[in-house]
Design a protein around this ligand. Structure first.
Ligand SMILES: [Zn+2]
Ligand SMILES: [Zn+2]
Length: 358
């Protein structure tokens, strides 16, 4: 079957090959025919080494499709069922799951060193244990989450990562207060979803911050009350908050420089929400005086910071009711053969989300 493979970490192009086989099928597993997959910024971060990931590997972790085979011992899933791929399934039994923080469950990462694919040249891994830039994947049954019939594959794929991450950061992690002021730094698919979440929670001002003009224009359509380039953020802070800083600032880039800006743009006693996935060697500096004296709350948000299955259901309900716009998040559609064009669209910032149709 066909899959897009990164041969070595640091390369910027994928090779679409047709000699790849999804491996590991057996008890507790399901096989999925992938139909749509979103290109998330984390895929690029895994390719360039910002996020740890063994290579060669098939990127992609935001996907949806149909189940084609069900392993022994799997309950509640059947062949033909439409599912989205959850890259962080909760085991239900570990200390994190037991205390209700299922988004911190590490059970799904236990297979990280196990290849998900093979080809004549050898073993191939799947990003985050999935690897949805492929026609077929084999995953733990917990990674296959059934979706209602009225949810198209492309929308379901987005809910599998970016939408859940962004919406959840505003609704679960920050629990944005009605009437508050919000700034969102980084307005790709996740940032736009954070904007939609802040709007749903009743934020009075939502300032979108992004260097790319098309993204700033898009942010206004999704609920931002104004959109500025990064060098105009200081002015916006002055104008909108009288210099005090925003009640909530969302960092959706994953860099220490933008996190530092976000910290400085948060008001004393306000909340900095860290959503972007950054590198282990990129260190955010805070001095001990400001940390204590300004009492800013720093809240990291992993996969939306709540139970992901609950977050999926909420996203579907909000989408179905027309309260969030997910269709417009998909600005580009390409077949798997044009995956490298999709990567370029992501790098230049011209895409909010590119849907790869497989
Ligand atoms: Zn993602
Ligand atoms: Zn667990």
């Amino acid at each position: 079957m066909r899959a897009a493979v990164l041969h070595e970490t640091g390369q910027d192009k994928l090779e679409v090959l047709d000699d790849v086989e999804a491996v590991g099928f057996g008890p507790g597993k399901v096989k999925i025919r992938v139909r749509a997959t979103g290109l998330c910024h984390s895929d690029i971060s895994a390719m360039n080494g910002v996020l740890p990931q063994p290579a060669p590997f098939v990127p992609g972790h935001e996907g949806a499709g149909e189940i084609t085979d069900v392993g022994d011992g799997v309950a509640g899933l059947s062949v033909g069922q439409r599912v989205l791929v959850c890259w962080l399934p909760a085991c239900g039994a570990c200390p994190s799951c037991k205390r209700g923080q299922t988004q911190l469950c590490l059970a799904g990462f236990m297979n990280a060193g196990t290849p998900n694919f093979k080809r004549p040249g050898g073993d191939v891994f799947g990003f985050a244990g999935t690897g949805t830039f492929a026609e077929e994947v084999v995953v733990d049954a917990g990674c296959a989450v059934p979706i209602p019939d009225d949810v198209p594959f492309d929308i379901a794929a987005l809910i599998g990562c970016g939408v859940t991450t962004g919406l959840g950061s505003a609704i679960n992690t920050a629990d944005v207060a009605a009437g508050s002021s919000v700034a969102v730094i980084g307005c790709g698919g996740v940032g736009i979803s954070a904007i939609q979440g802040a709007r749903l929670k009743g934020a009075a001002q939502i300032v979108a911050v992004d260097p790319v003009e098309s993204r700033r224009e898009a942010a206004l359509k999704f609920g931002a009350t104004e959109a500025v380039a990064p060098d105009a953020l200081g002015d916006a802070k002055q104008r909108i908050t009288a210099g005090e800083g925003f009640d909530y600032v969302f960092e959706v880039v994953g860099k220490s420089a933008t996190a530092r800006t976000a910290y400085e743009t948060t008001r004393r006693g306000g909340t900095l929400v860290v959503v972007g996935a950054g590198a282990m060697d990129d260190v955010l500096q805070l001095n001990m005086f400001e940390l204590f004296f300004d009492e800013k709350r720093i809240l990291p948000s992993m996969y939306g910071g709540g139970d992901v299955l609950t977050s999926y259901e909420r996203a579907i309900a909000l989408w179905r009711a027309g309260r969030i716009d997910l269709e417009s998040l998909i600005t580009h559609r390409v077949p798997l053969a044009e995956i490298n064009e999709a990567l370029d669209q992501m790098r230049t910032g011209s895409a909010l989300r590119t849907c790869i149709e497989i």
